[in-house]
Design a protein around this ligand. Structure first.
Ligand code: ADP
Ligand code: MG
Length: 268
């Protein structure tokens, strides 16, 4: 990272002129229309916007779960889009934790096993992973409930397990997509307070998508998305393409779709 007394630190997330269009057959669904944003280490930022504004698409691209059509994404100063699917998966495992709206826990595993699993994927010993799982379950207030499976936990408790799992390998970034959407108001508030506490204690960068007013209020910065563009909260960059261009780009050819499905990257 280029960092000295005269220059600002390199943002941990750098998104420039990001475009994404989904095609269902030949019908286009524009999702991102030239998004530009930077996020500094340790931020607790919320991506706000109505349903369909492009929040999940943005988080998925930043997390390397999906590829953009155009634009650039640098995460931890690495160009994410130029990597293969496997390289992106490895990068994610090392640098990024995910929290999803529907918790996405493995139903047949206990809370402890759900958290330890991520650690085992990194090749660590089972005993060490269970120790790490116990630490993080205690951090999210579930120290006594590690032996329960997801169906034996409330929604709020399941989401806490998901937060413990996201943080288990000390990632630099946690991406949380509508983490309170399935929770009642009080449980959602408690979850956000917990995430904020962890952000302050560990310095982990949080990028949270939400339209929940409590989540928005808790943020150190709110970035508003509308129709796939940042409309407030970030210095707008000069778009390289005119607005509403996402789907004017031709639909991906069969060859490009195959390359994408096989995990390669594509240059438009
Ligand atoms: P948000 O998370 O803000 O609700 P999304 O990123 O899910 O928004 O979606 C942005 C736009 O892209 C919406 O118009 C949505 O219908 C469209 N979209 C998202 N995913 C797909 C998909 N897999 N196929 C077709 N259209 C999609
Ligand atoms: Mg969404």
């Amino acid at each position: 990272m280029s960092e000295n007394s005269n220059t600002a630190p390199t943002p941990i997330i750098q998104v420039e002129n990001l475009y994404k269009c989904y095609w269902v057959g030949r019908v286009p669904f524009p999702a991102l229309n030239g998004v530009h944003l930077n996020m500094q280490r340790g931020e607790f930022s919320v991506i706000a916007g109505r349903s369909g504004s492009g929040k999940s698409t943005l988080l998925n691209i930043v997390g390397g779960l999906e590829l953009a059509d155009r634009g650039s994404v640098r995460v931890c100063d690495k160009d994410f889009l130029q990597r293969t699917k496997d390289q992106r998966a490895l990068f994610r495992l090392e640098h990024i934790g995910f929290v999803f709206q529907a918790y996405n826990l493995v139903r047949v595993l206990t809370a402890r096993e759900n958290v330890a699993f991520v650690c085992q994927l990194r090749g660590k010993h089972k005993g060490e992973c269970y120790g790490i799982a116990d630490h993080w379950l205690a951090e999210v207030g579930l120290g006594e409930l590690g032996h329960r499976r997801p169906d034996q936990l409330s929604g709020g408790q399941q989401q806490r397990v998901a937060v413990a799992r996201a943080l288990a390998m000390n990632p630099e970034i946690v991406l949380a997509d509508e983490p309170t959407a399935n929770l009642d108001t009080a449980t959602g508030r408690a979850l956000i307070a917990l995430m904020r506490e962890l952000n302050q204690q560990y310095g982990t960068t949080f990028m949270i998508s939400s339209h929940d007013p409590d989540v928005i209020e808790s943020a150190s910065r709110v970035i508003h998305l509308a129709d796939g563009r940042v409309v407030d909260g970030e210095e707008p960059a000069e778009p390289q393409l005119p607005p509403d261009t996402a789907c004017r780009v031709r639909p991906p050819s069969l060859a490009r779709r195959l390359v994408r499905a096989l995990g390669g990257h594509r240059q438009d």
